[in-house]
Design a protein. Structure first.
Length: 370
């Protein structure tokens, strides 16, 4: 997006760095795109030199952001160690930085929403000393869930103060992730996966938030294994699984049973092994059969993706007040397309630009868990 308006204000170095990383560009790449030396661009990002109005416009065009984004208030980065990156060692620095920058944009959107709506207060217990199975039972008890299969998991997380956003498609290499920011938990989900995988990812990230507090890094093989165990136990409580009479279950019974908990057939199979209802031989046999039926690479006849009640309600309320997505994007000083990337797949339809404007008020927003 090119901003042809008169430049008002000076460059905010941290904003330029954020925008560059959001687009996955190195200093050298952005400098070449704008016709600058890498040294000059580095001086801009370090605040040692100020670009002229024309250079500022060219920088904004190169990172596909309005000039106003680059001249807005200072922003601080989300520390790498705060984010539950999966297989962190396999990520390039560029992939990691692009995802962190996307999360930082999501924080700007979250702040905009929180300024206008009363959102649910965070209610996520920190249980770093408990094993994943026990921790899942504690969370279910605290949230009054019993052992029944869960409905819309995204709505449940939102009702307990977790802010959920879409992971931009250009960050798909890092998968879903979560982090805490100023005592508020955030989850970013890849919304292109199957509905079953999306639910497990959401429960996995809840596991990170519950098990990995400020004194435990939320990434690494052990942390990932713990989050997976939490997710399986949270979605498929031991008592519930045992009550369904699935001892020695074959692939056909597993496929039928997976609908009960809204998870993948492979997830059910592993859970049956975990609670002692399948032997190692039975587990391997079921996995071979399910793979032959296409359940290792996909989820034939699967469920639809869950959507966000909170974001849908926010945009519905805003539209009723005459505030459209274009105004939200202008307030955030980003493009409509950038705004869309952070809610894509979480609301029924993509948001589009408009010229709506109107009065603003701080509204009460109620999130239900249906």
């Amino acid at each position: 997006m090119t901003d042809t308006a008169t430049v008002d204000g000076t460059l905010t170095p941290s904003r330029l760095t954020l925008a560059r990383k959001r687009r996955g560009l190195t200093l050298v790449q952005l400098a070449a795109a704008v016709g600058l030396s890498a040294r000059s661009l580095s001086a801009y990002e370090n605040g040692r030199q100020e670009p002229g109005p024309d250079t500022l416009r060219r920088l904004a065009a190169a990172v596909d952001m309005p000039v106003g984004f680059l001249t807005a208030g200072d922003v601080d980065e989300i520390p790498v160690d705060a984010i539950s990156f999966r297989a962190l060692s396999k990520l390039t620095a560029g992939q990691r930085d692009t995802a962190r920058a996307a999360a930082r944009i999501a924080l700007l959107l979250a702040g905009w929403i929180e300024h206008r709506f009363h959102l649910p207060e965070p209610d996520v217990p920190s249980l770093p000393t408990l094993d994943p199975e026990t921790a899942s039972e504690v969370v279910r008890a605290r949230w009054g869930l019993g052992v029944a299969p869960l409905g819309n998991l995204l709505r449940l997380l939102e009702a307990h103060g977790i802010r959920v956003f879409s992971l931009a498609a250009d960050c798909a290499a890092v998968d879903a992730f979560s982090f805490g920011w100023h005592r508020t938990p955030y989850v970013l989900l890849n919304t292109t996966k199957s509905g079953e995988r999306g639910r497990f990812d959401a429960a996995h990230e809840l596991g990170h938030l519950v098990l990995h507090g400020e004194h435990r890094l939320p990434h690494g093989p052990d942390a990932e294994q713990d989050a997976n165990r939490f997710a399986a136990a949270f979605l498929m409580p031991r008592a519930s699984v045992l009550a369904h009479g699935l001892a020695g279950a074959t692939s056909d019974r597993i496929v039928a049973a997976k609908k009960t908990w809204g998870v993948s057939a492979m997830a059910v199979t592993h859970r049956l092994l975990e609670v002692g209802l399948l032997t190692e031989w039975g587990y391997r046999t079921a996995c071979v059969d399910l793979s032959r039926l296409g359940f290792r690479s996909g989820e034939p006849g699967g469920i639809g993706r869950e959507t966000s009640h909170l974001l849908h309600t926010v945009f519905q309320n805003l539209r009723a007040e005459g505030i459209g997505p274009s105004q939200v994007a202008r307030d955030l000083r980003i493009t409509i397309s950038e705004l869309n990337r952070h809610v894509f797949g979480l609301i029924p339809t993509a948001i589009t630009g408009d010229s709506a404007s109107g009065p603003r008020r701080r509204a009460q927003l109620t999130v239900v868990t249906g």
